[in-house]
Each structure stands twice: as structure tokens, then as C-alpha cells.
Design a protein around this ligand. Sequence first.
Ligand SMILES: NC(=O)c1ccc[n+]([C@@H]2O[C@H](COP(=O)([O-])OP(=O)(O)OC[C@H]3O[C@@H](n4cnc5c(N)ncnc54)[C@H](O)[C@@H]3O)[C@@H](O)[C@H]2O)c1
Length: 441
Amino acid sequence: MAILGEHKGAVEHPRRVAVIGAGYVGIPTALLLSHFGHQVVLAERDDYRRTTMQDGRSPIIEEDLEELLRSVLETQRLRIIGDAAEAVVNAEFVFLCVNTPMGIDGHADLSFIDAACAQIKDHLMPGAVVINKSTVPVGTTIRVAAAIGRSDVAVVSNPEFLREGTAVRDSFGPDRTVVGGDDQEVAATVGGLFALTGAPLVVTDAATAELIKYAANTFLTTKLSFINAMSQLCDALGANAVDLVRGIGHDPRIGFSFLNPGPGWGGPCLPKDSHALVAIAETVGEQIPLISAAIETNHRQQRHIVQRVRELAGGSLEGARIAVLGLTFKANTGDRRDSPALVITKLLREAGAEIAAYDPTVPVDATDDDVQGLNLCASVLDAARDARVLLILTEWNEFRELDFDVLGGVMEQRTVFDGRNILDLDIARSADFVAWGIGRS
Ligand SMILES: NC(=O)c1ccc[n+]([C@@H]2O[C@H](COP(=O)([O-])OP(=O)(O)OC[C@H]3O[C@@H](n4cnc5c(N)ncnc54)[C@H](O)[C@@H]3O)[C@@H](O)[C@H]2O)c1
């Protein structure tokens, strides 16, 4: 990993840091800071995640993470323990990286934040700074400060923008660092911990920092929902969504990023954060119809795909075996939280289809609740056997070059729906497949 060589142990004044929560955000944060030369204690209460990391293995699928973990463990600058209270005892900086799932009525569930505050408040050293990296509603910095209840401890907001699948790369090379707090000097000091990344630092008040995270994520949902709506229109008009993207993306005001139509946005952040922003607006009597429309468009896109698969299946899904390729919310992660693939398979099953699913990260004997009722397969070929439609829902590289002659030989009929627009449909058609994609048929 080239990035490791660039920064190794480079910090002049090592600080003592605690990170609470070893997840997709907490692990890269802890590894980055210890890699830069800081002394880091990472607290994780989940036994599997903690012991796996202590053994030098990554508990989550993330490119370069295990290599970075091993190199950091060798430096002895990272300690991994279970108890958050113990982790903060000598820490000058304490990062809260705990989960904030969707709660009632779309509001973020802050129970893990509250619990972590209760755990650490009596153990923080005077002068410590608590930094909220979790995605939280506006006002949470004040809530955390009240929960900690210590005038000798500062609290700031430092939203995280990394993407799963490229979490290490994004942590070492972020587009920007945002820190918000009442005391701008403290905020700037926290920003300084990330100075070696070279990213521009945006220092602001806490409310703005908290809102920035939601604004960034919901902007992306509106962009994705826009292009998904255009793809639906392409289907209705017989136009081609891939060419449409090429035709508008070259305009630098639009750009190509986040402009590929697909099975709807999902994952652990975009759905919960868009609902949370709608809920945040409601608390101050505001409405943001644009975001509500983006959410509704997302549901429509998933229903639209089910309808397209129904058409390919011959008009009914009742008893049809559908081979679903990909269950994670995107490629290069094992994360299935709010995965569009799972939403679509659920809709297909409700319509009477039988699902044979293959995903490189899901073992055939997986028993997790979200894959109950799916016939899990060990390969694309196994999933395709006797299937009426082959349906790609995650853009794993291995699905980009399928052998349609072989697949056609085992399927009930030769039909494929490319829900990620990763295929050259002409290749499938040359093997006598009826092949459709998102906004192209
Ligand atoms: N996943 C992403 O891509 C991403 C990106 C940016 C921001 N975020 C935000 O960052 C936050 C964390 O997300 P995540 O995906 O890393 O979550 P995660 O569920 O993967 O990890 C959170 C971890 O915190 C641990 N934890 C909770 N309370 C604890 C406590 N008191 N002591 C010790 N460990 C505790 C949990 O066991 C869990 O392992 C969320 O607010 C999320 O919205 C996530």
C-alpha cells in the first residue's frame, strides 16, 4: 500500500487518543491516527470484532485494512480493548464512532451515543476533547456535552465521509476534514490530528458540521434518484440511459460521479441519513419535499425493476426461479445493511418468485435473518441452474464477464436483467439471451 510509506510515524507531537466503536468508521480512524504516530486505544464491545482485530485480522471486508492493521499492531501504538471507560482514562482526544441506526419515525437512534457517554463521563481526564464522528442530528454535540456534564471537557463534531469499499483510501486521502464546535481553537486542534492527510480543513460551529454530513449524503441521494427517474423514463420512451449519462455527464456542472442508474441507493448511510434529515427539518417546522421525493423515487425504482423482471419472466413471477447475483449494497464490502438487492429480492418473493442467490461474501450456510428464505448458492452457475431470469444486483467484478453460453445451457430460459449496467448486452444477445439493463432494452 503506497500510502503507508508516505506517512509512516510522521507526527512530531504524538497525542493520546481513544476511539470508541470498531466499525467501518472507528477502525480506519484508529488505524490512521496510530499510523501517523499517535498512541491509540480502540474500544469495541463486540467480542468477534475485538478478538479478530487483536489477532491481526480484519472483522470487516475492506481493501488494505488488514495490511494496515498488522503494520500498526507491529508499532505497538494501537491497543484494542473492550471497555470504553478504560479506553478514555489517559486520552486527550476521544472519538465516538458508535452506530446511529434509523430509529422511530426516521429519527436517528442515539442510544449508543448516550450509552457511550454514560460509560466514559466519569473517566475522562480534565482537558479531554470528545469528538463525535458518528452521523448524528443537529444538536447532538450539545446533547453529548450535557450527557458528559463536565465543564473541563470540550465536545466537537467531526463528521466522517469515507465510503465503504475504499475506507482506507478515503481516510488517508479525504476530500476535506470538517470540525465544528463552540471553541474554534479546539476544533482546529482536532482538525490538526488529520493534517497529514493534506485535506482542506473546514472549521465551523457544531450545528453546521452536523448538518454538513446530512447535506452531503442527501445531495447524493437526490442525484442518484434523478438519474434513476431518468432511466425509468428511458424505459418508457425506448431511450438509452447509458448514452443519456454520457450525454449529460461531460458537463462539468453535472459530472459523471454518482450518475449511474441502478437498483436504488442503499447501505448503512444514505437511507437512514435521508430519513433523518427529513425528521430534523420537521422538528423545526420545515419540509424538504426534494428529499422526500428522492426517497419515494428510490422505492419506485425498486418496484420498477421488479416489474421489468416480471416482464422478462413472461408476465408472472409466481413460481419463477430468479437467479440473483449480488446481495451486498455495493461491491467490495460485506455490508448488507439496507441493501437494495435485499429489498428487491423481498419484493420478488412477495410476488411469488423463488430466489437462488449468489454473493461472493455470503456463504451458502449463512443463517442471518436478512437472507432467510433465499436459496444461497456457491457460484453464479449454481444460482443460474433452472432460473428463468438472471438478475445482477451488485456490481462485483466477477459478474462483468459472464459466460452466457454456459449459463444459457443450464437456465430455464435465456434472459438476463443487468441491474447495475455493467454488462455489454450485445455479448449476452449473441448467446441468444434477451438482455435488458437499467434504462436500456
Ligand atoms: N459505514 C459507513 O460507511 C459510514 C460512513 C460515514 C459515517 N458513518 C457513521 O459512522 C457511525 C458508525 O458507523 P459504522 O458503519 O462504523 O457502524 P458499525 O456498526 O460498523 O460500528 C459501530 C461499532 O461500535 C460498537 N459500539 C457501540 N457502542 C459501543 C460502546 N459503548 N463501546 C464499545 N463499542 C461500541 C459496536 O459494537 C460496533 O462494532 C454511524 O453514525 C454511521 O452513520 C458510517
